[in-house]
Design a binder for this molecule. Sequence first.
Ligand code: SF4
Length: 149
Amino acid sequence: MRLELSVSERIVRWARAKSPWILHLNTGGCNGCDIELVAALTPRYDVERFGILLRGSPRHADVIVVTGPITVQMKERVRRIYDQTPEPKFVVAVGQCACSGGVFRNCYSVIGGVDKVIPVDLYIPGCPPKPEAIIYGIAQLVDKIARGE
Ligand code: SF4
């Protein structure tokens, strides 16, 4: 096993950890988590100090932040958006609905949590989680990226 990273590998890893651009995707939640996520993106919490930027296209994003449960209608769309995101990509499930289906679990139109459709790297529970919890979760992800995991 190789222990040392080359200079270029270290630069790439550093750049990745310093600029996690995110795509926000609501797959069918009640909008409570969206409001908390939007609050986390405001100057009050200032996530740009971590290099976190909200992007409108999966092709420009490193991290897909999903709020809400996966509905039957959204299943294929979520897969397509995941496939459109370039590697290496990471998925964060924000809120109880995205983690497991939450209050919508067992509903006729709901499949369950995000991990029923695409792999999830980080779960942030709560209904809804506070902006501080979302920022803490994304900081954990940034740590993971910096370690190359
Ligand atoms: S976790 Fe709670 S706040 Fe978030 S989408 Fe589900 S019901 Fe709404």
